[in-house]
Design a protein around this ligand. Sequence first.
Ligand SMILES: [Zn+2]
Ligand SMILES: [Zn+2]
Ligand SMILES: [Zn+2]
Length: 155
Amino acid sequence: MYKAEEKNCRQSWDNLGFKSSVLEHIVENIRCPVCHSNLIKAQDKDNIFPSLSCSSCSNSFEVNDVVEDNCSSYDDAEDEDSFAHCSDCSSLSSVVKLGEKWICFSCHKIHNDNDVGYCKYCHRFIAGNLEDSFLSGCFMCEGQMGHYMNSKAYD
Ligand SMILES: [Zn+2]
Ligand SMILES: [Zn+2]
Ligand SMILES: [Zn+2]
């Protein structure tokens, strides 16, 4: 009975298009805020922030109610490419892929797939506009321009 329900819950997340390594992490870490069960089901396929329900106590809540607290643990995730740093809210490893989009669990910004990539200057994995990142950097680095401006060689 428990196993079947667990499978059900996993499937509901799977349907939303979470990359499996991210999914594993979320499923392992989410707990019902009311009864602390981990049998959490994602409900709404059309909403990029699905509402969730607990299979044990039937309470419903939002995805960020259960995931946000775990953001810091994303830092230890093995698959680094699954977690981008958000240039909108400066949260580290808070952006995860959901289908064709990336969403930040911290500020709820939705990033397009082509706005997520490596900073050409510091090579960090960033969600945000990286078009001129070699020259102007990302929110975590100064880029080449900033580097030269701060450099004593140009005094
Ligand atoms: Zn519950
Ligand atoms: Zn953010
Ligand atoms: Zn950078």
